[in-house]
Ligand binder design. Structure first.
Ligand code: ZN
Length: 240
């Protein structure tokens, strides 16, 4: 079976500096995500972190990555621009990109969204969140129910300063009354991008089976398609 090759990238700072985060994710958020992805026969995940040479995202690693998962929060500005450019090129070539939670403020998400700011409202009060599915026929909803309950999550609220998503899969409702476009799909070049809001570092969100299912489905959805190579410009030979 041809496996989908996944690289899970994490800045990997909170887990080393905050014992309460390490207690939830002893192998790092990247380790937790890679572990449940690796339980799937058709998927194979490796990890990369900020501190590694080229942040673990050399051209060779990216050339052998079908889907890149991105978690970052406090060190977006420490990600080298040339690595961001490299990732962006691979997305346009067809590599899938899944941006998680506070990754909304990452350089790579800015790049794929084509904006300088991606603001939102936020509050760390541990409110309940209900993720409501608004696109039940979408591949990311395979095998899931019509909503997911998270007893505690960081509140993110609209307005979320993103370009209009090509497809919206989830709207998050928070106990405080806010709503948020929590699962957004974008197409960029040949690549597919999924932004998924849950995943605050002090909460066990990535241990929730439905959140794991969403991410596994998102990896399959975002994987590249072996479609035709395109030729552009002057085209002297008509097909018919
Ligand atoms: Zn957070």
């Amino acid at each position: 079976m041809k496996q989908i090759r996944v690289t899970v990238w994490n800045e990997y700072i909170h887990e080393k500096e905050m014992p309460e985060v390490a207690a939830i994710y002893p192998d790092g958020i990247h380790g937790a995500i890679a572990a449940f992805i690796n339980k799937e026969e058709d998927l194979r995940a490796g990890t990369a972190t900020l501190e590694m040479l080229e942040h673990g995202l050399s051209q060779e690693v990216l050339d052998n990555t079908d889907v890149l998962v991105w978690w970052g929060h406090c060190a977006h500005d420490r990600v080298a621009d040339e690595v961001v450019e490299r990732v962006h090129r691979r997305v346009l070539e067809g590599m899938g990109l899944i941006v998680l939670h506070s990754g909304h403020a990452s350089k790579i998400f800015h790049k794929v969204c084509g904006t300088c700011t991606l603001n939102l409202k936020w509050r760390e009060s541990g409110d309940k969140e209900i993720l409501w599915c608004v696109n039940p026929g979408h591949p990311i909803m395979e095998g899931l129910g019509d909503h997911i309950v998270l007893e505690h999550e960081e509140t993110y609220g609209e307005h979320f300063e993103i370009p209009q998503p090509d497809e919206l899969v989830f709207i998050g409702w928070f106990q405080g009354g806010e709503v948020f476009r929590s699962g957004c799909c974008f197409h960029r070049g040949r690549g597919k991008v999924f932004y998924f809001q849950p995943g605050h570092e002090t909460l066990p969100t990535y241990h929730h089976p439905d959140i794991q299912k969403v991410l596994v489905n998102a990896v399959r959805w975002a994987a590249p398609v072996n479609g035709p190579k395109q030729e552009y410009g002057h085209y002297p030979n008509p097909v018919i």
